[in-house]
Design a protein around this ligand. Structure first.
Ligand code: NOJ
Length: 515
């Protein structure tokens, strides 16, 4: 059987918003441990945790102050060990978020680095003199528009330091072999504890032009995706390969697929890459078909796709594709799409409920980059029964919940066979039972306008998946006997199908019987 990270879905937990066990309004590891049955019902292969390491939370954990411990807000190292053991007992792998590009400004390495130009850690970070005009050393900008320049002047030592994100996240200098060695040790720390894999944060940022030339006037960027990225990644992979059966998935936030694929090449870099081309697609069958076919055509035959349409940095699927009320149905169609495509599906917590973005009033905004709405806590129980924390917390949730928690919560949806949660559970079970869905060949089909359709085949098992991304009902006419395995439209009766009329926003999975 193929590796675990090819077979089933990876479920992203954003720990602050999953489940709170101690009433402080922020999710924690014990809260997560108490809800592992939810993951079992979704048949996930692995859970990926956004960072749980000690952090001042300037970027909600992506500013790491100690790579080898757990923030008290989330629990203890022992809680994390217990979580790993509990997950393993259920056949679920655990993937941690590893943030190598930067640390918190409160990390002891940066405190030392900042303390004097002579400190041995000075060149663990990127310090430079200002430009002759007194401004920053070059034109690089922070990834967050609100931050502006990627440089901050530090008065005590009279130099500027680089931060690709907030000023509280100084970039490590990976040109320095000591940095590389120290970061490799943080990988060993977690993998030796039994963690099954890493999601590499902001991998494209790990290598920059060592001459720190400005971006302006060049046809390529100098502040990311430098050619040295690949040897650095191979070094990381060698450390990961010291441990059997582990996986690295990289966040390669580049919208040029060829550049993303370079990080998957050769069998000695990533196992999986987040493909952000996909997240930026309009709701259009042609655009989806192109993105899927380009991956299949351009990736090495050994490269394995991974597909996702939502995470903690992007508006929720149900909101992004809402377009005047289509959101709930499209979120269901996306669930089928991700389950039935060749490749590993990544599911962001709450996608299985079809959650929309939460409305966050100005006085509750906490994120520098407008990402609070997609980070709203999971509603577990109806507020009318469990109180305003909806079973997420007994306290005041750190972000407001979604508006319709009463109807969208896990408890209500679990009891309703027509709910999105029930659909996603059914899809996951189908994938678990289907060699064709897990590993079969894939062929895109020419279908009616607006319809994305494809075959998955393994031995005698032949499945046809179709999604209607258009606004008109469209006939799906498989030229052989077929039975309906699942439709995302709860109103559709299950029966044998010849000329099935696919409603707008509906997706189906059919079993083909030949002939
Ligand atoms: C990508 C993460 O997904 C995002 O949440 C974070 O702000 C940046 N990297 C910086 O670590």
């Amino acid at each position: 059987m193929s590796e675990w990270w090819r077979r089933g879905a990876v479920y992203q937990v954003y720990p602050r918003s999953f489940a709170d066990s101690d009433g402080d309004g922020v999710g924690d590891l014990r809260g997560l441990r108490a809800h592992l049955d939810h993951l079992v019902e979704l048949s996930v292969a692995a859970v990926w945790l956004s960072p749980v390491f000690p952090s001042p939370m300037a970027d909600f954990g992506y500013d790491v102050a100690d790579h080898c411990d757990v923030d008290p807000l989330f629990g203890t190292l022992a809680d994390l060990d217990d979580l790993v053991a509990d997950c393993h007992a259920r056949g679920i792998r655990v993937v941690l978020d590893w943030v190598p590009n930067h640390t918190s400004d409160q990390h002891p390495w940066f405190r030392a680095s900042r303390s004097s130009r002579e400190d041995p850690r000075r060149d663990w970070y990127v310090w430079r003199d200002g430009a002759p005009d007194g401004g920053p050393p070059n034109d690089w900008r922070s990834e967050f528009a609100a931050v502006g320049p990627a440089w901050t002047y530090d008065e005590p030592t009279g130099q500027w330091y680089l931060h690709s994100y907030t000023p509280q996240q100084p970039d490590l200098d990976w040109e320095n072999p000591e940095v590389e060695a120290a970061m490799h040790d943080t990988i060993r720390f977690w993998l030796a504890r039994g963690v099954d894999g890493l999601r590499i944060d902001a991998l494209q940022r790990l290598a920059k032009d060592p001459l720190l030339r400005s971006n302006a006037g060049s046809d390529r960027r100098h502040d990311q995706d430098w050619r040295t990225a690949h040897e650095r990644l191979r070094g990381i992979r060698r450390v990961v390969d010291e441990f059997p059966d582990r996986m690295v998935v990289g966040e390669v936030y580049l919208l040029d697929l060829r550049r993303v694929l370079a990080y998957l090449a050769g069998g000695d870099q990533l196992h999986l890459a987040h493909n952000f081309v996909f997240v930026h697609l309009p709701w259009d069958a042609g655009a989806f078909r192109t993105a899927i076919e380009e991956f299949e055509a351009q990736a090495e035959p050994e490269a394995w796709p991974a597909w996702f349409l939502g995470n903690h940095d992007h508006p929720r699927i149900a909101t992004r594709y809402d377009d005047g009320g289509h959101g709930p149905a499209r979120a269901r169609a996306v669930a089928l799409l991700l389950t039935a495509l060749r490749g590993t599906p990544f599911l962001y917590q709450g996608d299985e409920l079809g959650l929309p973005d939460a409305v966050v009033p100005p006085d509750r905004v906490v994120d520098v980059d407008g990402r609070d709405p997609e980070r709203a806590p999971i509603p577990w129980r109806p507020p009318s029964v469990a109180g305003p924390g909806a079973g997420f917390t007994t306290g005041e949730p750190w972000l407001p919940l979604v508006a319709d928690a009463e109807r969208l919560c896990v408890e209500r949806q679990a009891a309703d066979p027509a709910s999105t949660l029930s659909l996603v559970r059914r899809l996951a079970a189908l994938r678990t039972a289907s060699p064709a869905l897990q590993a079969g060949r894939q062929r895109m089909l020419d279908a009616a306008p607006g319809v994305l359709a494809w075959l998955r085949e393994d031995g005698d098992e032949r499945l046809l998946a179709a999604v209607n991304l258009g606004l008109e009902p469209r006939t799906l006419a498989p030229d052989e006997e077929a039975t309906l395995l699942v439709s995302t439209d709860p109103a559709r009766p299950s029966s044998a199908v010849r000329d099935l009329v696919l409603q707008p926003d509906e997706a189906v999975l059919l079993r083909l019987h030949g002939g």
